[in-house]
Design a protein around this ligand. Sequence first.
Ligand SMILES: Nc1ncnc2c1ncn2[C@@H]1O[C@H](COP(=O)(O)OP(=O)(O)OP(=O)(O)O)[C@@H](O)[C@H]1O
Length: 270
Amino acid sequence: MDDVASRAEPLLSVRGLTVRFGGIVALDAVGFDVARGHVCGLIGPNGAGKTTLFNCLSRLYRYQEGDILFEGRSITNLPTHGIAGLGIGRTFQNLAMFRTLSVLQNVMVGGHSRSSAGFLASALQLPQVKAEERQQRERAEEIMVFLALTPVAARPVGTLPFATQKRVELGRALAANPKLLLLDEPAAGLNHEELDDLARLIREIRDRLGVTVLLVEHHMGLVMGVSDRIVALNFGRKIADGTPAQVRDDPAVIEAYLGAPAEKRHAEPA
Ligand SMILES: Nc1ncnc2c1ncn2[C@@H]1O[C@H](COP(=O)(O)OP(=O)(O)OP(=O)(O)O)[C@@H](O)[C@H]1O
């Protein structure tokens, strides 16, 4: 494929994705594209299927039907540990970090997930490994500058304020050099000022680092403010897909959030 064609192709293409848990249909034939260089917001009320979709993208959940294409290639048969190598990084709703390790060490852990040196080469400390570690450290230092974490680089993560810990988690995901970054409710627990910082950071991740972002978020102000495009889910189905203004004014979205009239989740016989 030539360069022009590969740039026009969506980075991520979700096609007819269906996930069932017993009788519950968590995702029902959901499909949408995420263009390279975009921030795409994924919204929907509680239980809409947002986390399930993220877990499919990380290969933590299996889907019964449909496909996920990343750079035009299916990830359906890829093992979970292959996802970071492909260029998909993520953060989690609940912070999952090494609390006693320093900020630098935590950020460097992210780089290791894309390390190319094998186990034997690492164990023998071959020159190739040393060079790779040096590169990972340099990359981690660049990311800490980008995230304003350099002053706390040596501090154990567990001693830092919550908002700073969230930036470390972001740093760890960025250290793996992702092409697509999945952010799972990054605004949760942040105050007003921290939310403004987060919005600025998400735009910089897109504009300065060139990373495409898929953002699950309940905070409407944030998601409407930073997204180029928004996909809305409700009861496992896609109900809207468009610009923030189009989605905000969509009657199905307004109804989903106001909760009237109550639509029943369509259950299949268990
Ligand atoms: N591992 C699982 N086992 C059984 N049911 C599940 C599982 N994961 C999700 N579900 C169900 O699938 C549906 C979608 O849940 P999901 O967590 O994806 O929604 P969500 O949009 O992320 O909600 P929230 O905004 O509350 O995080 C819900 O009915 C949920 O109970």
